[in-house]
Design a protein. Structure first.
Length: 179
């Protein structure tokens, strides 16, 4: 009888409800899951544990998950890292992949999506190119996200760099929260 190797996974997620649901789902699939709710908790886990897989939320409270991706990749370049985000943008997807993520998924994603992302080892040259042009709202949202990430999620500095009033930016973020 062949024993399945242990599959150690670190989940870096600050949303308590989503983390609990995803953790249970991944454990049912045979992963040994450790939860880090912040970059600091991730540092502590990496001191004492080794992981083969990682799932990282892009926005961890006021912090970005991108430094976590870089840290995980530096800790073990063979680790399979998937980034989850509720505010996907081209800029953050590119940065996540450059920093060592295997895949980038927009929320809502489930354990099936994550396992499929872990299984993708190569790009798909046959991936269809969308025929629908990007809307002005999507372009604006991507620019806001790009600037937010570049400023370390500092709302005042982001508004200044975008040339808009801070309250205007806050209203836009309130309509489509960064998560």
């Amino acid at each position: 009888m062949k024993l399945e190797p242990s599959r150690k996974l670190v989940l870096v997620e600050d949303d308590e409800t989503f983390a609990r649901t995803l953790l249970r789902s991944l454990e049912r699939r045979g992963y040994q899951v450790a939860l880090a709710r912040s970059p600091g908790e991730l540092d502590t886990l990496l001191e004492t544990h080794g992981f083969e897989f990682a799932v990282v939320d892009l926005k961890l409270g006021p912090a970005s998950g991108l430094p976590c991706v870089a840290k995980l990749h530096a800790h073990d370049p063979a680790m399979q890292i998937v980034v989850l985000t509720g505010f996907a943008s081209i800029a953050t997807a590119v940065e996540a992949i450059k920093l060592g993520a295997r895949h980038y998924l927009a929320k809502p994603s489930n354990a099936d999506d994550i396992e499929a992302a872990f299984g993708k080892t190569e790009g798909n040259a046959d991936e269809p190119i969308g025929a629908r042009p990007t809307s002005i709202k999507t372009l604006e949202w991507e620019r806001i996200n790009e600037t937010l990430a570049a400023t370390g999620f500092n709302i005042s500095e982001t508004a200044r760099q975008l040339g808009m009033h801070r309250r205007t930016l806050a209203r836009k973020l309130g309509k489509r929260p960064v998560k």
